[in-house]
Design a protein. Structure first.
Length: 217
């Protein structure tokens, strides 16, 4: 366990993976992200986010401009390396270098990347950058306690459930209880090794189906 602060807040740099590239979110990603949100079922994936699906490309562009006006949250676009298209986005949130604590949030993984190597690698690249490059001690995941798919994803990724903040906020006219999850620096080496094993091309067949599950427990 380290008691040192992290080096800094994440900077606007590109994080390269095997399947995806994480780029600082920019206006030129708007068309791809809007297209993904208008796919069949794409709008429904905004159900648990702070915003609803964008109604137009102009609105998507405006959201990106607004997001880039501040430093927390700091969003990235998730670009599929094979196609060069942005298929989702996620953000750094609750950025506290002085405490070595940071959160992944605002996660929108479009249908083409959901439940694929791309989604897992997008999470892995954030965790690796936070722990290995920047020296964070704690990596957080939070979601509406009613969002069962998000809670299942957090558990699969190796986060530990820490509890529920009851009546934490009012969101979209509803009371939200917030489920808290985290992984910490002492757990990361074993988790990193398992991510890298699972993401290896050797773990997937010719149809892209996994041969073994991600075993973080």
């Amino acid at each position: 366990m380290s008691l040192q602060p992290a080096k800094s807040a994440p900077e606007r740099i590109v994080l390269e993976g095997r399947y995806v590239r994480l780029e600082p979110l920019d206006r030129h990603h708007a068309a791809d992200l809007f297209a993904v949100s208008t796919m069949d079922g794409g709008a429904g994936r905004y159900r648990w986010l702070f915003s609803n699906a964008p109604a137009s490309l102009d609105e998507m562009e405006a959201r990106i401009e607004e997001a880039n006006a501040g430093t927390d949250p700091a969003y990235v676009a998730i670009v599929e390396k094979a196609s060069g298209k942005a298929l989702g986005q996620q953000g750094w949130m609750r950025i506290r270098p002085e405490h070595g604590s940071i959160e992944i949030g605002g996660v929108y993984w479009g249908l083409p990347m959901a439940k694929t190597q791309m989604a897992t690698e997008a999470l892995y690249l954030f965790a690796r950058h936070a722990f290995d490059d920047l020296g964070y001690r704690r990596f957080e995941w939070k979601c509406n306690d009613r969002n069962e798919p998000s809670k299942a994803a957090a558990t699969r990724f190796g986060f530990t459930h820490e509890g529920v903040f009851r009546q934490d906020m009012i969101l979209k006219g509803e009371s939200r209880d917030t489920a808290w999850f985290s992984m910490i620096d002492g757990e990361w080496p074993a988790l990193r090794a398992e991510y890298e094993r699972w993401l290896s091309p050797d773990n997937f067949d010719a149809n892209g189906q996994q041969k073994t599950r991600l075993a973080t427990r």
